[in-house]
Design a protein around this ligand. Structure first.
Ligand SMILES: Cc1cc2nc3c(=O)[nH]c(=O)nc-3n(C[C@H](O)[C@H](O)[C@H](O)COP(=O)(O)OP(=O)(O)OC[C@H]3O[C@@H](n4cnc5c(N)ncnc54)[C@H](O)[C@@H]3O)c2cc1C
Ligand SMILES: *[C@@H]1O[C@H](CO)[C@@H](O)[C@H](O)[C@H]1NC(C)=O
Ligand SMILES: *[C@@H]1O[C@H](CO)[C@@H](O)[C@H](O)[C@H]1NC(C)=O
Ligand SMILES: *[C@@H]1O[C@H](CO)[C@@H](O)[C@H](O)[C@H]1NC(C)=O
Ligand SMILES: *[C@@H]1O[C@H](CO)[C@@H](O)[C@H](O)[C@H]1NC(C)=O
Ligand SMILES: *[C@@H]1O[C@H](CO)[C@@H](O)[C@H](O)[C@H]1NC(C)=O
Ligand SMILES: *[C@@H]1O[C@H](CO)[C@@H](O)[C@H](O)[C@H]1NC(C)=O
Ligand SMILES: *[C@@H]1O[C@H](CO)[C@@H](O)[C@H](O)[C@H]1NC(C)=O
Ligand SMILES: *[C@@H]1O[C@H](CO)[C@@H](O)[C@H](O)[C@H]1NC(C)=O
Ligand SMILES: *[C@@H]1O[C@H](CO)[C@@H](O)[C@H](O)[C@H]1NC(C)=O
Length: 499
């Protein structure tokens, strides 16, 4: 068992020590006897098939391969490689493993922690794994780990089917699916990990295998939340189901509407039990005011009366809600680029959203937003509330996935996002986001929420978060699994949450 209180105390300490941020084990600390990346690049170039390609700094392919949603998550790799087949991924992993050369695996490049999908060694970009193959005979879809969800929805839409994937534009399939996956369809069908039926995986020793619940139940569990600890995924096979027109879009409210927005959010979170309905309430500081937003979703052409009436009755600055196709809804909140060149996420999971909690979120947004705007070049801060419904974790059994470690109660994952311009402000902004999350966490506890077994979501949690706060009681099982499938510690050469 683990305690998020302990997490946040640890984080408070960490925030005082942030100068050692990227040397932590989670960023993939370089091992003692590291290989020379350029030599590995040349070996890879001469070993792979013509389905794959190595690029060096200066080329446009290299620039695409190292590109990340937020530039602070990118690094200057010695070279990049775009594998085109699982066999080439196997060759690459064998070379990197025997050379002990640091590397990174990038899907959509949306990781907000530096070093999770970037490296000074060899950047592997999965972009050539871009197939979407729907199998109507067994209602599954093969999805390439180089795609964004936009690509997947665009390919499936003409066939009238869908999968449980991302909620906003630009996010990668791979990291999202390997971490958990909170979707607009999760109230009806669970997390993305609950809807994956098989993985094609290149193991750390270069063996290509297909992992299903029957073939390797231990790996099947580990891949559902365990990110890149067990090798490189070259294909996801997901459940497919019919998808028609949906309803929703983005509402933006002025500062005077915040109280009404909070009231509508609390009511929605506590009373709505229509599984087709989804909501993300956001707060952002735009000098010198706090604006709120509501991203509405309903999985039918029109929501029944009552579900969103409170939101629709509040005067808006901007409103773009309509009946539309699923891809269009996802693209109504378009974030192809981050709000600043540098950025971090932090998770503040809670069990419920109370009026006092949302008031505190608004106060954090206003107080910190104003303070940081006057001291930090290009700062932007926002807070996202995600009121999922109580059945969210009931679509798969306890113990079926690395994340979440406890399915007995629903977690509202909740996300803070800070962005800024200059690297010199990294420590200050990282401390600020950690401390803000800490204050909100403590407030929720003071309000009586028992957050003891409430795991942080690995795709939101900031670098430095203790592993047991993400994986809880599953951590020993995951560490044993990692030791079994990666005895040579090949995957320690890449960044991320490391078992
Ligand atoms: C704008 C935005 C919106 C978001 N919305 C949501 C949301 O609605 N719901 C939600 O759950 N999350 C959301 N997230 C979080 C998102 O799930 C993570 O950022 C996720 O890691 C992105 O996946 P990626 O492939 O783009 O990331 P990457 O940075 O490419 O990869 C993330 C991690 O996965 C590993 N990885 C990538 N590909 C592979 C592979 N083929 N094999 C093994 N390991 C691999 C990488 O090494 C890295 O550690 C959002 C993030 C952003 C920035
Ligand atoms: C790739 O190599 C194969 C033989 O290994 C060859 O048949 C094919 O034409 C080559 N393709 C390209 C695009 O060069
Ligand atoms: C689904 O059908 C495809 C095509 O026939 C097949 O390749 C695949 O193995 C099947 N998948 C499952 C899970 O049965
Ligand atoms: C919003 O509230 C402020 C006080 O907080 C008031 O000065 C202002 O006039 C209000 N604006 C509108 C459009 O109601
Ligand atoms: C925001 O408020 C601060 C402090 O009150 C002030 O210095 C600054 O000029 C204001 N900025 C804008 C854009 O109004
Ligand atoms: C509203 O959404 C449509 C897509 O449905 C988009 O084309 C349009 O630009 C959006 N309008 C605003 C104001 O965001
Ligand atoms: C608002 O937030 C600031 C910064 O965290 C804090 O110092 C202050 O006590 C908060 N105010 C209220 C009323 O909670
Ligand atoms: C604060 O915000 C204003 C308005 O967006 C902007 O002009 C100013 O540059 C910001 N301050 C800093 C320090 O970035
Ligand atoms: C603020 O950041 C921008 C880049 O976003 C840069 O061009 C500018 O010089 C910076 N301003 C200061 C005062 O450092
Ligand atoms: C690679 O690892 C797998 C899983 O541990 C194992 O079954 C296989 O024998 C290994 N292959 C080689 C060549 O070592």
């Amino acid at each position: 068992m683990f305690s998020t209180s302990r997490t946040f105390r640890t984080l408070a300490l960490l925030s005082a020590l942030l100068s050692c941020e990227v040397s932590g084990s989670q960023a993939g600390s370089p091992s003692a006897a590291e290989g020379d990346p350029v030599q590995s690049c040349n070996k890879i170039a001469s070993s792979i098939s013509n389905n794959s390609a190595v690029s060096f700094p200066g080329s446009s392919q290299y620039a695409q391969d190292v590109f990340h949603w937020t530039a602070s998550s990118a690094d200057v790799a010695a070279c990049s490689v775009e594998p085109g087949t699982a066999a080439d991924v196997a060759i690459i992993l064998r070379i990197l493993g025997s050379d002990r050369t640091p590397f990174a695996i990038k899907g959509g490049g949306h990781a907000t922690n530096p070093g999770f999908s970037s490296t000074k060694g060899v950047q592997i970009a999965m972009s050539r794994f871009s197939a979407v193959n729907y199998h109507p005979e067994n209602q599954t879809v093969d999805v390439g780990p180089g795609l964004t969800w936009d690509d997947v929805y665009a390919a499936l839409q003409p066939q009238g089917v869908n999968v449980v994937g991302g909620r906003v534009s630009g996010v990668g399939v791979a990291g999202f699916s390997l971490g958990g996956g909170y979707s607009w369809l999760s109230n009806e069908r669970g997390l993305t990990v609950d809807n994956i039926v098989s993985y094609e995986l290149v193991l750390p020793n270069g063996t290509i295998t297909t992992v299903t619940e029957n073939s390797q139940p231990d790996l099947f569990f580990g891949l559902k939340g365990g990110f890149n600890n067990f090798g490189i995924v070259t294909r996801f096979t997901m459940k497919a189901f019919p998808q028609g027109q949906v309803w929703g879009g983005l509402l933006i409210f002025g500062p005077n509407q915040t109280n009404e927005m909070n009231a509508a959010t609390v009511k929605f979170a506590s009373q709505t039990n229509d599984l087709k309905a989804g909501l993300i309430t956001g707060y952002g500081f735009v000098p010198n005011v706090t604006l709120s937003t509501a991203l509405l979703f309903y999985n039918a052409p029109t929501p029944p009366p009552g579900v969103f009436d409170d939101f629709l009755a509040i005067p808006t600055i901007s409103s773009n809600v309509s009946t539309r196709n699923f891809l269009d809804l996802v693209q109504s909140y378009n974030s192809p680029l981050a709000n600043g060149p540098r950025g971090r996420y932090q998770a503040v999971p809670v069990l419920s959203y109370t009026p006092e909690f949302l008031d505190a979120v608004v106060n954090e947004t206003s107080t910190l937003g104003e303070k940081l705007n006057s001291t930090v070049n290009g700062s932007f801060i926002s807070y996202a509330m995600e009121p999922f419904q109580s059945r969210l974790f009931s679509f798969a059994p306890q113990g079926s996935s690395a994340y979440p470690p406890d399915r007995s109660q629903v977690i509202l994952p909740s996300n803070i996002y800070y962005a800024w311009s200059d690297a010199k402000d990294d420590d200050l902004m990282t401390s600020a986001i950690v401390e803000s999350g800490n204050r909100l966490h403590q407030l929720a506890i003071r309000q009586g929420q028992d957050l003891t077994n409430v795991a942080l979501y690995g795709n939101y949690a900031i670098l430095g978060t203790p592993l047991e706060s993400i994986y809880g009681q599953n951590l020993p099982r995951l560490q044993a699994l990692k030791a079994k499938y990666d005895p040579q510690n090949v995957m320690d050469l890449t960044g991320g949450w490391k078992f």
